[in-house]
Design a protein around this ligand. Structure first.
Ligand code: BEZ
Length: 391
C-alpha cells in the first residue's frame, strides 16, 4: 500500500505535501460516483409505493443529467419487503458492505425506525421519503437523519380538523403498528380540537385485509364519521369493501392516504371521498405542472404524493451536495445546507423544522374521476411539534 513518511522533511514541505495529498483525496472522491442506497419495498402491500418513490428520486437525478453536484449517481437497490425483522440486516448491508453515501428509505414506519437507528449509529446520511414514524424526527432525531415526506401526525391531524367541520363523533380503523397508531392519534387531536369525540378505535394487524368484522362493528356503533389508516394495496380493498357494505352514504369515510394513487382501481367506491394530505392532483403551481409533464414523459403514468416525496428526497440531497461541491466528507456543511433548504416542491413551498421534518401546507381534496382535486387548504405550513427531539 502507498504511504508517505513526513518524519525527516522540513515543516514547509510536509505541510505543502499534506495539502496536496488531502486535495487530491477530495478530487479523487468527487470524481467517483455518489452512491445512493435505495431501501424500498418492491414486493408486498407497499410495492407500488416503493416503486413510485424510486421513480420520483430518479426523475430528479435524470433531469440533472444523471449527476448531482457534478458527480454521477450510482444506485444500490434493495427490496426491504416492508419487513421490520429484516431491516437491520438490510440497512447494514447498504451501509457497511456497499458503503453508500446516503441511505434513502423507506415506506413502512417499523422498517424505517430500524434504518434510522443504523444511520444514527454509523453517522450515515439518511433521507426518509415516506415512513411517518414519530420517533424518527422525535426522540430518536439525529443531525444526519432527514424526512422529505410527513410525520404520521401531520395528515392525521389535518384529517381530524376536516372531519370536525361536519361531525361530532367518529370511530377509527387502523393497522396496528406505529403508522396506524400515530395517524389515529393525530386524527383524534384534530377532531377534538374541532369539537368532535372519537368513541372507539378498531384495528387489525398489518397487512391483514379482512376488514369485514370491523365494518360490521362500525355499522353497529353508528358514529357520525369514520377515519381509516390503511395504505397501498390494502386501501383499494378497504374502500371497495366499505362501499359494498353500504356504509359509504350512512357513515362518511375520512382518511389521509386512502385514495392516493389508487382511484383507477377503486372506481365508483372512492368517488366523492374527502381526504387531507400534503399534495393534490393538478395543484396549480409551475413546479407541479413541469413535474407532472416530466414524470408522464418518462414513466407514462401520473405521479402521486409518493413520487413527489421521492423527487424531494433527491432535491434535498442535491441541496446538501451542491453546498460542498460534491465532497460528502464535509458532512457538517452538507447537513447545514439541508437544514436550511427551501425547496420548490410540486406540493408547494417546502422547508424543514428543527427536527428535520417537512413544514408544509395540508390540502383538502375530493375524489373526482381519476383525480384527488384540491378544494381548500386546511392548515398552512404545518410543522410536527416534535417535543422529544433534542437536536
Ligand atoms: C408508514 O408506515 O409510515 C406509512 C406507510 C404507508 C403510507 C403512509 C405511512
Amino acid at each position: 500500500m502507498f504511504s508517505i513518511s513526513f518524519r525527516h522533511m522540513p515543516a514547509r514541505i510536509t505541510s505543502a505535501l499534506a495539502f496536496t495529498v488531502l486535495a487530491s483525496g477530495a478530487i479523487a472522491q468527487t470524481s467517483q460516483p455518489v452512491k445512493v442506497g435505495l431501501m424500498l419495498p418492491t414486493s408486498g402491500t407497499f410495492a407500488e409505493l416503493g416503486k413510485t418513490v424510486a421513480n420520483g428520486f430518479k426523475l430528479y437525478v435524470s433531469e440533472n443529467g444523471g449527476k448531482l453536484a457534478g458527480r454521477t449517481v450510482q444506485y444500490v437497490e434493495l427490496d426491504d419487503e416492508s419487513d421490520p425483522s429484516k431491516a437491520s440486516e438490510n440497512a447494514n448491508k447498504l451501509v457497511k458492505r456497499d458503503r453508500v453515501d446516503v441511505l434513502v428509505g423507506t415506506i413502512h414506519s417499523g422498517v424505517a425506525m430500524t434504518m434510522a437507528r443504523v444511520a444514527r449509529d454509523t453517522n450515515t446520511l439518511m433521507i426518509v421519503p415516506n415512513a411517518g414514524a414519530a420517533e424518527i424526527t422525535g426522540s430518536m432525531c439525529a443531525p444526519n437523519v432527514f424526512r422529505s415526506s410527513f410525520s404520521n401526525w401531520q395528515p392525521g391531524y389535518a384529517s381530524g380538523l376536516l372531519a370536525a367541520r361536519k361531525h361530532k363523533t367518529a370511530v377509527t380503523i387502523s393497522w396496528k403498528y406505529a403508522a396506524g397508531d400515530e395517524s389515529v392519534r393525530g386524527f383524534r387531536e384534530g377532531f377534538e380540537k374541532g369539537g368532535g369525540r372519537v368513541i372507539k378505535d378498531l384495528n387489525l394487524p398489518f397487512p391483514n385485509v379482512e376488514f369485514q368484522p370491523l365494518l360490521t362493528e362500525l355499522a353497529t356503533i353508528k358514529p357520525e364519521a369514520a377515519y381509516v389508516f390503511v395504505a397501498g394495496a390494502g386501501q383499494v380493498k378497504f374502500v371497495r369493501d366499505y362501499a359494498a357494505a353500504g356504509l359509504k352514504n350512512s357513515i362518511p369515510l375520512y382518511g389521509a392516504f386512502i385514495t392516493e394513487g389508487t382511484l383507477a382501481a377503486q372506481g365508483d367506491a372512492a368517488s366523492g371521498l374527502q381526504t387531507a394530505l400534503h399534495y393534490a392532483d393538478g395543484l396549480k403551481n409551475p413546479k407541479n405542472e413541469a413535474f407532472i409533464a416530466s414524470y408522464r414523459k418518462v414513466f407514462n403514468a401520473t405521479p402521486d404524493v409518493f413520487a413527489v416525496q421521492g423527487y424531494d428526497a433527491a432535491q434535498l440531497f442535491a441541496a446538501g451536495l451542491n453546498a460542498v461541491k460534491g465532497d460528502t466528507k464535509k458532512k457538517a456543511e452538507m447537513i447545514k445546507a439541508m437544514e436550511n433548504a427551501k425547496l420548490e416542491s410540486p406540493r408547494g413551498p417546502l422547508s424543514f423544522s428543527k427536527s428535520h421534518n417537512p413544514i408544509q401546507d395540508m390540502y383538502v381534496r375530493v375524489a373526482m374521476g381519476n383525480k384527488n382535486v384540491m378544494t381548500d387548504v386546511i392548515v398552512k405550513a404545518l410543522a410536527d411539534p416534535s417535543p422529544d427531539c433534542k437536536n
